[in-house]
Design a protein around this ligand. Structure first.
Ligand SMILES: C[S@@+](CC[C@H](N)C(=O)[O-])C[C@H]1O[C@@H](n2cnc3c(N)ncnc32)[C@H](O)[C@@H]1O
Length: 511
């Protein structure tokens, strides 16, 4: 989001103010470009015209010949263009009219015929604000227009050398006038509006996730009294967003969705999203969807080759499964949430891969012990080594997927397959540990009952919260774990005491 930038010329203006130029500024209507002694930012003028609004300003105006400007007034000077009327502070019901304020800006009077040419040459100096016309009618002259300049680019109403040169070439008098410009709600950005409304010095709610037509917030306590206003501002300022929701509980339900309150707009939470060029429909109130996982979905799908087999144990609405099927993989996708399963089937049809994906609505453990075991046995029992497909098993349920890994212990019986075709697991986990990769590996080892030293890689997916990371550990399930009979070809790693799930539970309780 946009951040308010400080004007680099503020320091020099401060000095000039101290030397008493304010009186001249208040009287002057025009300033020649060469007249650098009318050296004040236009936006200050209005403050001086309405001194009652700024404590201390009237005293300053009276002592115009020499004074020290209060720091607070100086700080107010620059951002006027970027801050709505101060009276909106604390507003909880959106009143768009109250945001109006008038600022004084520099304008150039230009003959109608050459406005276009001038705009091209002077575009960097022209005022840009959302929804603001940069060229307006000249009320006093039908044959001319007024071009609104940015007071920060034309400080103190004084055009720089380059601008003067442009004007000279176009035969335009280098005369900058002051113009009372009314800024309205439409001319402010959402962050500027929220910064003006919410308590001073506290975080404004500017960051949200977008899921189709829905903006999804996770508001803090101090922002809650303003939540409906925040919702409306976000709808007003973001084309395409027609519904704003706030998370009202932490994400701990079985199905990884969360309770939410509609703050503004329509209550329809069925939406359409596009990720890595694939469209999905979903009901945001009932299924899990996180737009921050698109890179990770893409990363895993990138590892797959046509003909590979993918088992997606916690598939959601299909962001691994559907692109994999599109890539001509054989896909088995599962989710326990009946709503996710329903949308998974819907999205398979939507993307015309319903004949390439077999979908299940089972607990992950039952899926692994049932369909996965059956299909794995078949695939790995194929006679010729080269017929055996590469098998990937994705387990994206970071809060608990690592605890499902014990299912792989002796999942298959018989003669172990060659190491090359052992299935590869991509299992996700959260960690708050100072060495998250080490901790995730230890937890995976505890579940599997085998060391993964030198046989796994961990990938940092994203930072979920301060000190909380989401990781993906990938490894081929060791043959001596997967098969009931130990594989003689596989060398046992140097013995080390593996921590068990019980150890982790006890550690958690102790801390
Ligand atoms: C973090 S989401 C991941 C969804 C999807 N793979 C993605 O990347 O967007 C985890 C999914 O696991 C499902 N789930 C939760 N517990 C489950 C379980 N015991 N067995 C199967 N699925 C489960 C939830 O319904 C949810 O859709």
């Amino acid at each position: 989001m946009h951040l308010i930038r400080r004007d680099p010329t503020a320091g020099s203006r401060r000095t000039l103010w101290r030397f008493g130029y304010s009186a001249r500024l208040l009287k002057t209507n025009h300033s020649r470009t060469a007249a650098s002694n009318t050296s004040f930012p236009a936006v200050w003028m209005l403050l001086a015209q309405h001194p009652g609004r700024i404590p201390g300003l009237s005293a300053v105006a009276q002592k115009a010949s020499f004074c020290t400007m209060r720091e607070t007034v100086e700080d107010n000077a620059d951002p006027e263009l970027y801050s709505p009327h101060p009276e909106v502070r604390g507003m909880t019901l959106l009143n768009r009219e109250a945001f109006k304020r008038t600022v004084v800006v520099p304008v150039l009077k230009v003959k109608k015929e050459i406005v276009h040419t001038l705009m091209k040459s002077l575009k960097h100096a022209v005022l840009r604000r959302p929804g603001l016309k940069r060229v307006i009618e000249d009320p006093g002259d039908e044959g001319s227009k007024l071009v609104i300049l940015d007071p920060h680019k034309v400080p103190e109403f004084s055009l720089g050398q380059a601008e003067q040169e442009v004007l000279k070439q176009l035969n335009i008098p280098p005369e900058v006038s002051r113009y009372n410009l009314e800024l309205t709600y439409e001319n402010f950005k959402s962050e500027e509006i929220l910064r003006a409304v919410l308590p001073e010095g506290q975080d404004v709610a500017s960051g949200f996730s977008r899921v189709g037509h829905i903006a999804h917030f996770n508001l803090r306590d101090h922002q809650l009294p303003y939540r409906h206003l925040i919702g409306q501002v976000i709808i007003d300022k973001n084309p395409g967003i027609t519904c704003v929701v706030n998370k009202t509980s932490i994400i701990d339900s079985t199905y990884r969705n969360f309770e939410m309150e509609v703050l503004a707009g329509e209550s329809n939470l069925v939406t359409k999203v596009k990720e890595n060029n694939i469209s999905y429909d979903l009901d945001f109130a009932k299924v899990y969807w996180n737009p921050r996982l698109s890179t990770e979905h893409g990363r895993i799908v990138e590892l797959l080759k046509p003909g590979d087999v993918l088992f997606d144990v916690f598939a959601g609405i299909g962001p691994f499964a559907i692109p994999a099927a599109k890539k001509k993989c054989v896909v088995f996708a599962n989710d326990l949430n009946p709503e996710s399963y329903k949308w998974l089937l819907h999205n398979c049809k939507l993307n015309k891969v319903d004949n390439k994906i077999k979908a299940f609505n089972l607990d992950g453990r039952d899926f692994l012990l049932g369909p996965v075991r059956e299909e794995l046995s078949k695939a790995l029992a194929l006679e010729k080594e080269e017929q055996k497909p590469a098998v990937h098993i994705v387990m994206n349920l970071p809060a608990s997927a690592l605890e499902f890994l014990d299912v792989f212990r002796h999942l298959l019986v018989g003669e172990p397959c060659s190491a090359a075709v052992l299935p590869t697991v991509h299992c996700y986990g959260f960690s708050k540990h100072e060495n998250p990769a080490k901790e995730i590996q230890e937890r995976a080892e505890a579940s599997l009952g085998a060391s993964l030293d030198g046989r796994c890689s961990t990938y940092l997916v994203r930072n979920v919260a301060p000190n909380k990371e989401m990781l993906c550990i990938s490894f081929q399930v060791p043959a001596d774990v997967l098969y009931k009979r130990p594989c003689p070809a596989e060398e046992k790693p140097a013995s080390k005491r593996l921590r068990t799930n019980k150890d982790f539970t006890e550690e958690k309780l102790a801390s």
